[in-house]
Design a protein around this ligand. Sequence first.
Ligand code: ATP
Ligand code: MG
Length: 214
Amino acid sequence: MSGITLALSKGRIFEETLPLLAAAGITPADDPERSRKLIIATNRPDVRLLIVRATDTPAYVQHGAADLGIAGKDVLLEHGGAGLYQPLDLGIARCRLCVAVKKGFDYAAAARPGGRIRVATKYIDSAKAHFAGKGMHVDLIKLYGSMELAPLVGLAEAIVDLVSSGGTLRANGLEEVEEIMPISARLIVNQAALKLRHERLQPLLDAFAAAVRA
Ligand code: ATP
Ligand code: MG
């Protein structure tokens, strides 16, 4: 239990973390896209990676199963951040959280204070806060994926989802009508580990910070 355990998800977060790991002198021994292993060793005997679902990363770090993790701000907002330090914006996996509707839907009319709208999203807490801030009433419908479908079949008038290129929205006849916030991935650290294992973790935090600045 003296080594360092880093939790992260495969896909874009893993891909964009590789250069930061390389800058810290860490090379994974397997490619999680090909291997089915969920614990991946590295060239450093004292560092291992846990491959977890993106939304699960904060739980592994909060409860100390991993010392560190890499998670999107979207995921951290929904998790709430309990038990986590968030010392560093890694600037990777960039996108934006936004409101989108079917082309032609009069969002401006619905978005007046006192207006009411049905919103489908995976991001219940972020959506709730956003529409409350605008003085709108919102009926939230929790979905786990393919949010773009909801306005097309009348499940909701709007969605709150992550957008990067906008290609998926366009392909489904939707348009972005409001940006809620820019999103990128953060380094997260178990609060107790950072205190108790400071000497071990700090060099890695410094290496990540230097790689981000470079
Ligand atoms: P899954 O795709 O397996 O359902 P997920 O959507 O939670 O899970 P990813 O698609 O790998 O996982 O997304 C991981 C993180 O990458 C998100 O939490 C977010 O921070 C970021 N992300 C998601 N979608 C985009 C996007 N379109 N462009 C850029 N970054 C994104
Ligand atoms: Mg996804």
